[in-house]
Design a protein around this ligand. Structure first.
Ligand code: ZN
Length: 255
């Protein structure tokens, strides 16, 4: 049987202990796969996506502990966190006063980065899509069951930029959509302007790879134009204030 090595830690892996990635690399399930969120789709991720995601969690967990955790106990109304209800695998929080939002996953057995709560933190301003999706399957008795999902789409983000999170019902999605539309001052729903979740995910992927390319200094003009076109600002509300707040909060972490 073919043996492979984990592309991150080098450990030898086999059929039961390996996770194959989209680009043909393998990572180990024992250590490295556990460093990612459960909702992070490893089957469609490249090795670069995985390592960016692990870095995102390391940074996000620090920001969670230093910014969000103290705000959980605040008596100041303006600074209160807003929990996003209806999410099943992770818990989501919006911090309107700092312009940040977080998804957290609790680990009861495994401690990573010395913590049992892992977080991915985003600028609220970068959330430019929330899509509803259902998936039908059959249970063990052959009865059809429907699962509901919300796909959150973030621009300017590498790692987990399109988390697809299970929610309880379509009503949960309606609440999430209403909350963010109000937050951004959006009148019509984003769903009506972009009717195809897949197309929007491709736009996000273009944006994510542009972020990566900009970092590496390989961003070309055609790529930049693609990204600009994909991100038509007019339907996303004015986010100037949201960007300013988040960048102020993140300044110590972006050095
Ligand atoms: Zn490994």
């Amino acid at each position: 049987m073919a043996k492979h090595n984990c592309a991150i830690c080098g450990a030898e892996v086999g059929l039961m202990s390996e996770q194959k990635l989209a680009d043909g690399n393998y990572i180990c399930r024992k250590e490295c796969s556990k460093k990612t969120f459960k909702v992070f789709d490893k089957v469609t991720a490249t090795l670069g996506d995985v390592t960016e995601h692990i870095a995102q969690i390391e940074k996000g967990t620090q920001i969670w502990n230093e910014i969000f955790v103290p705000l959980q106990g605040t008596k100041n109304k303006e600074e209160k966190l807003r929990q996003i209800y209806g999410l099943k695998d992770v818990t989501g929080y919006v911090s309107p006063s700092t312009g940040l939002m977080a998804f957290i996953e609790n680990r009861y057995k495994f401690f990573i980065f010395g913590k049992s709560t892992l977080a991915c933190v985003y600028r609220v301003a970068d959330l430019y899509g929330y899509e509803y999706e259902t998936e039908k399957s059959k249970d063990s008795e052959g009865k059809e069951i429907t699962k509901h999902f919300c796909i959150f789409l973030f621009r300017n983000t590498t790692g987990m930029y399109a988390p697809r999170i299970e929610i309880g019902s379509q009503g949960d999605f309606a609440n999430i959509e209403k909350y963010f539309n109000e937050l951004f001052g959006i009148q019509k729903t984003l769903r009506n302007t972009v009717n195809n979740a897949k197309r929007q995910i491709n736009a996000i992927k273009a944006a994510a790879s542009a972020v990566k390319a900009a970092k590496e200094g390989t961003l070309d003009e055609a790529q930049a134009a693609d990204t600009a076109e994909a991100l038509d600002a007019s339907v996303y509300g004015d986010r100037t204030q949201w960007i300013a707040k988040a960048d102020a909060a993140l300044a110590p972490y972006n050095k």
